[in-house]
Design a protein around this ligand. Sequence first.
Ligand code: GLU
Length: 303
Amino acid sequence: MSVQEILNQIHTSISARSDRGEVATYIPELASVDPGHFGLAVALADGKHYTVGDAEIPFSIQSISKVFTLALALGMVGDKLWERVGREPSGNAFNSILQLEREQGIPRNPFINPGAIVVTDVILASSSPAETLAELVNFIRYAADDGNIYINEAVALSEKTTGHRNFALAHFLRSFNNLTHEPELTLGTYFHQCAIEMSCRQLALAGRFLINAPGVPQLISPDRVRRINALMITCGHYDASGDFAYKVGLPGKSGVGGGILVIVPGKAAIAVWSPGLTAQGNSLLGTEAVQALAQRMDWSVFG
Ligand code: GLU
């Protein structure tokens, strides 16, 4: 059976599902997204790609942006990043304040919110937020080979006006001397990176920089690709990372917009979008769809 036929079958079975999870409501602008959307895209190393469903509709990539900022931060400061952020699964909610206090302001990993806020603080360096965001969006556009990728200002503003927990985390980081800029400046940049919108097709194509195969755009070294993939599989789904590794067997990063980027090392990048979330903040049907796809394609990093 062809990749396209497999995608079509997955689309048909997902479309029939009535239990679709809950759309994120803590960012008001995301609360109005129709939970009925479903898109899926697979991009192979050579850029050939297959899509089904709402794969052309841009959605809020939210925490998937943390993969791209991590790549930029490692490019800027290398292993010095690990003096400020850990590399362990958190086992706690993505926005837990408790853990940050207990661990003296060193976030467990770069994908939970406080870790990602530190990463954004690193890429800000001495640039303005506008310059940093331009560099980030350009990196993503280049990776996707598509200039039609933008930040949704309304989503960024919506999160800024309601992001009390992220403000609390940023102030905590600052109190532990693990934030070099004012919390408002770093968070303003962070909210904008989360508000980048991409379609499944664009995201799968952009994700190819993490495949490590001949033919993919080599934006970072193969060694760094491996390390980012390791972090995705251990920490990419917050306190459900073990469950995702068990079910899907591939590195992935989710976002509360309902998207997931999944990497099949050496072979492909997958992007899925279904806005309804599990209690841990990961796309419910998105996870099921990539689980089915990985099984059908016999894709796993575990042999
Ligand atoms: N912008 C969201 C937040 O900081 C990202 C969370 C996510 O996508 O998991 O709360």
